[in-house]
Structures are given as C-alpha cells and as structure tokens.
Design a protein around this ligand. Structure first.
Ligand code: ATP
Ligand code: MG
Length: 215
C-alpha cells in the first residue's frame, strides 16, 4: 500500500518549550485517516506544521510520497486546513480564493472553474462565491478554507481542528464529506466522538509522544 507520509524520530521544540515533540513516529498509508487528540499546548498544530513543511525538524525525518519534506518548499501533494481559517483566505472573493490554488498549479481556466464549482458544492458554500472572505463568519470561513484545499486535489490532507466554529449543520456537512472522501490524512481535534466517526485510528499526543488509543 502506498505510503503518503512517514515520520521517524521527530524532535522539535521552541525556546520556551524546547522538548515539545520528543521522538514522534507516524505513518499514513493509503486509506488511513489518523485522528490526533491532546491537551492545549501539547504540540498538535506544531506537528501538522512540520508535516506541511512550514517548520523544520530539529531531529528526525519526514517523507511525503517517498520524498524528503524540506521546510519552506511548496508541497502540492499536501493540503492543510489551518486552525485559524482566516490565515489561509487571501482572495478578494470566495470564488477567487478557491481558484487561487488550482491557478497556481497551472490548471487551464476551464479546469480551474470546474474545480472551484465542485469544491464549493461539496462544502455547501456556492452561495458565498461572491462574498469577501474576511467578512464571513468563522464557520463560513472554515468551510471556504476547506473548499480552497479541496480545489487543489491534494493526495494528503491535514486538518487542524476542522469542527471549530462549525454549527451542527456545517459539522454534518463536514462529516458527510469526510465519510465519502478517501483522501488519506490527519485530523487534529478536541472532539473524540467526531474523530471516531471519521478516522481509521486515534492517537493521543502527550508529553512529546504519540500513543495509540482504542477507537
Ligand atoms: N511560534 C512559536 N514560538 C514559540 N512557542 C510556540 C510557537 N508556536 C507554539 N508555541 C508553543 O508551543 C506549544 C505547542 O503549541 P501548539 O500550537 O502546537 O499546541 P496545540 O496542541 O496545537 O494546542 P491547541 O490545542 O491549543 O491548539 C505551546 O506551549 C505554544 O505556546
Ligand atoms: Mg493547535
């Protein structure tokens, strides 16, 4: 089975928290969607940012589809839904924002439009297409941010607390989408019931280590 992501002996810390991650081993294969749970400040977002090549490991290796992940280098195969959706919305309108990814991948205009419409439909945000992203509610921004990632058709998707800001209906839309979507990935969440519904395995990040939990 194809290995999408492989992390070996990963160590990372910041000045004030030098031993945040102390030897993380993790493998994401085709068909896997790993849920990660852990206390505030345990390093969940940091771990996703390392996988997304935003941060550089202090020790250990991260490989994506067999290639070393190099911090600062764009990884088109990896989609990231950030913890704060406003951090990834840059377009003047929602439609332009969702188009930004496929445009930068060099897709022809007709394909860009097709991908935008598809992503807006899946996330039930088509009615927001002409709106200014920064004027949307937190939940609307979250769904648009997910649409922007889907439009890039990544092979691996990393979600950082995707249910934050979502009402029951949007949460239902997200769960419905995640159940139908087979893209492998990692979901960080504080909601164990949500993770049980949409993940193949759940891990607890505690004291710098990942521990498997029963589903
Ligand atoms: N850029 C940074 N510089 C210094 N310290 C940081 C930085 N980013 C995060 N930290 C610290 O590292 C620790 C882990 O942060 P991180 O955001 O990874 O936690 P988290 O598990 O995602 O928490 P939450 O559940 O609150 O989102 C925290 O103590 C945080 O204050
Ligand atoms: Mg976090």
């Amino acid at each position: 089975m194809t290995t999408l992501l492989e992390i070996r002996d990963l160590h990372f810390g910041y000045g004030a928290t030098p031993s945040l991650l102390q030897g993380i081993d993790l493998t994401v294969k085709a068909g896997d969607r790993l849920g990660i749970i852990g206390d505030n400040g345990s390093g969940k977002t940091t771990l996703l940012l390392l996988c997304a090549a935003v941060l550089k490991p202090q020790r250990g290796t991260i490989t994506c589809l067999g290639q070393s992940v190099v911090a600062g280098q764009f990884q088109p195969a990896v989609g990231v839904v950030l913890q704060q959706p406003a951090d990834q919305l840059i377009g003047a309108t929602v439609a332009e924002d969702v188009a930004f990814g496929p445009e930068n991948l060099g897709c022809p205009t007709s394909e860009v439009q097709q991908r935008v419409q598809q992503a807006l439909a899946i996330t039930r945000t088509a009615h927001l297409a002409g709106r200014v992203p920064h004027q949307l509610s937190g939940g609307e921004q979250r769904m648009v941010a997910i649409a922007g990632v889907l439009a890039m058709q990544p092979q691996l998707i990393l979600y950082d607390e995707p249910t934050a800001f979502l009402d029951q209906r949007s949460c239902g839309t997200l769960i419905e989408f995640l159940r139908a979507d087979t893209t492998p990935g990692i979901i960080v969440s504080h909601d164990p019931a949500f993770l049980r519904t949409v993940c193949t395995q759940i891990l607890l990040l505690e004291s710098g280590h990942l521990h498997p939990l029963a589903l």
